[in-house]
Design a binder for this molecule. Structure first.
Ligand code: BES
Ligand code: MN
Ligand code: ZN
Length: 495
């Protein structure tokens, strides 16, 4: 990850490989820092604007060479688009685009102003934070290459903003570390990101941060807890499962905020095996678990005053001679029996025991779970929106606010009680598949059986966890969905 530094000064005086300034669409005479650079360059930028070759459209860039007129070698002007369409998402996008352009040029160091730090109607913190996020998240690569930017500086002229800038950079750095961890784990091949690997990551966090504790449980421990649903899924795998409890103590409150994550390290479907087309993508079926690790890392970095317990259920879902079968009846930790209709509806079985554990052992303030739970949720909401299920208005409101801020999109779907009949079983208390219709809803209704009276929200991240195409600060592959959302939620939760 690159190093990001604050600096008080005038950007046209910074000596570096490249400086980044910006321009709103349709403006003839730049203002603010861009004006100062333009003046120092003898009107080079405004002359290009006059030709009509660069108009400040969103994400378009203009590269100029300074020929010694200012200490920096190059100037990159990035278009901010139309002023009335400007927002934090635009800041993140243009910031990422400029950083990637610098990287493509082979630049090792660059300096930038805060996009939207002057005019644009954003708070200075938000603008500085989003500029920083855009740089980090846009420069992420699973596999580092020879051309990597090493350091970027955010330059602020106004002394009165420097403390805020420092805070924004340090928050964004901590959160980016969490997002990087999550993206790395989800991008990793399934033969590397084993349940034990996830447990090792948890142990690493314990070693690295003094207010983080990790407990790792194996099959025997899970038998002791009575986690018959989770264990059923794990039966068909020669590689053993792990149940991970990962705690961040930012204060001493009795009641923790519990974040549970589905950690299917590969979902073959088991005996109800999946078609082979695109099956490789099922390495991302541990994205909920990876988000929990990223959230704990980010929290340990930025130290919000809350207590978080992360729960991870990590196992492969594989077919073999010992695998669980359709028609089997298993018993979850809370005593409820489950008839297996499809061994491919495995995530809800693992979560059933995590949620039971939270309910029976943790006295939670609230529970949020992240799971790549259903293809049906992608059918309903597509690949850029996660499904939100909750019956608690305050929790819903705060999650939706955090979602608006981070642009990790959530859309509420109903825990429609009449569909409970779809998961009624003739042979057990409940069955693990509700059939063809409303699959995301019946999965959520299944989970609800294991949370008791707790304040709970379920987030189905099957869609937005993975991208097949690049977006400015979401390179294709793992997105790290859930980390930024949860940290923002925690920041505002106590208020
Ligand atoms: N991990 C999958 C859900 C999934 C599918 C996520 C495609 C992302 C892309 C989950 O374990 C699963 O297989 N769900 C089944 C449930 C069905 C058998 C009731 C599904 O969605 O088809
Ligand atoms: Mn499955
Ligand atoms: Zn799955």
């Amino acid at each position: 990850m690159i190093k990001l530094l604050p600096l008080q000064g005038a950007i046209q005086e910074v000596k570096t490989d490249l400086i980044v300034v910006n321009l709103f669409e349709g403006v003839d005479k730049p203002g603010g820092a861009t004006r100062a650079v333009d003046d120092a360059l003898g009107g080079m930028i405004s002359n290009v604007i006059k030709t009509g070759d660069f108009r400040g459209e969103k994400g378009k860039t203009l590269l100029l060479y300074t020929f010694g007129r200012i200490p920096a070698d190059r100037v990159l002007v990035v278009g901010l688009g139309k002023k009335d369409e400007f927002n934090l998402e635009v800041v993140r996008e243009v910031s990422a685009i400029a950083a990637q352009r610098a990287r493509d040029l082979g630049v090792k160091k660059f300096a930038t102003i805060v996009h939207g730090g002057g005019s644009g109607g954003l708070s200075y913190f938000d603008a500085a934070f989003s500029t920083s996020e855009g740089i980090f998240l846009g420069l992420y690569r699973y596999r580092a290459e020879t051309k990597e930017v090493e350091e970027a500086t955010i330059v602020e002229f106004n002394q009165g903003n420097i403390e805020t800038l420092k805070q924004a950079i340090s928050d964004a750095t901590g959160i980016a570390k969490g997002v990087y961890l999550t993206r790395d784990l989800v991008n990793m091949p399934a033969n590397v990101s084993t349940p034990e690997c996830l447990a090792d990551m948890a142990k690493n966090l314990e070693r690295e941060y003094k207010n983080v504790r990790a407990r790792i449980y194996d099959r025997k421990d899970m038998e002791r807890f009575g986690m018959g649903a989770f264990l059923a899924v794990a039966r068909g795998s020669a590689i053993p499962p792990r149940f991970i409890v990962l705690e961040y103590r930012g204060d001493e409150s009795e009641k923790p905020i519990v974040i549970a994550g589905k950690g299917i390290t590969f979902d073959s479907g088991g005996i109800s095996i999946k078609p082979s087309k695109d099956m490789w993508k099922m390495k991302f079926d541990m994205a909920g678990a990876a988000a929990v690790l990223g959230i704990i890392k980010a929290a340990a970095e930025i130290q919000p005053p809350v207590r978080i317990v992360g729960l991870i259920g990590a196992t492969y879902n594989m077919p073999d001679g010992n695998a669980y079968r359709p028609g089997d009846v298993v018993k979850a930790m809370n005593g409820k029996t489950i008839e297996i209709i499809s061994t491919d509806a495995e995530g809800r079985l693992v979560l059933a025991d995590l949620l039971s554990y939270a309910t029976e052992k943790l006295n939670p303030e609230l529970i949020v779970d992240f799971a790549t739970l259903t293809g049906a949720c992608i059918v309903a909401l597509g690949t850029e929106i996660a499904g939100l299920f909750t019956e608690f208005e305050d929790l819903e409101k705060k999650l939706l606010e955090a979602s608006k801020y981070t642009n990790e999109n959530l859309w509420k779907l109903p825990l429609y009680p009449r569909y409970k009949k779809l998961i009624k079983s003739d042979f057990a208390d409940i069955k693990n598949s509700g059939g063809a219709w409303a699959g995301a809803i019946t999965a959520a209704l299944f989970l609800k059986e294991f949370v008791g009276e707790n304040k709970w929200a379920h987030i189905d991240i099957a869609g937005p966890t993975w991208r097949d195409e690049d977006a400015p600060y979401l390179p294709k592959g793992a997105t790290g969905f859930g980390v930024r959302l949860t940290i923002e939620f925690l920041k505002t939760y106590k208020g």
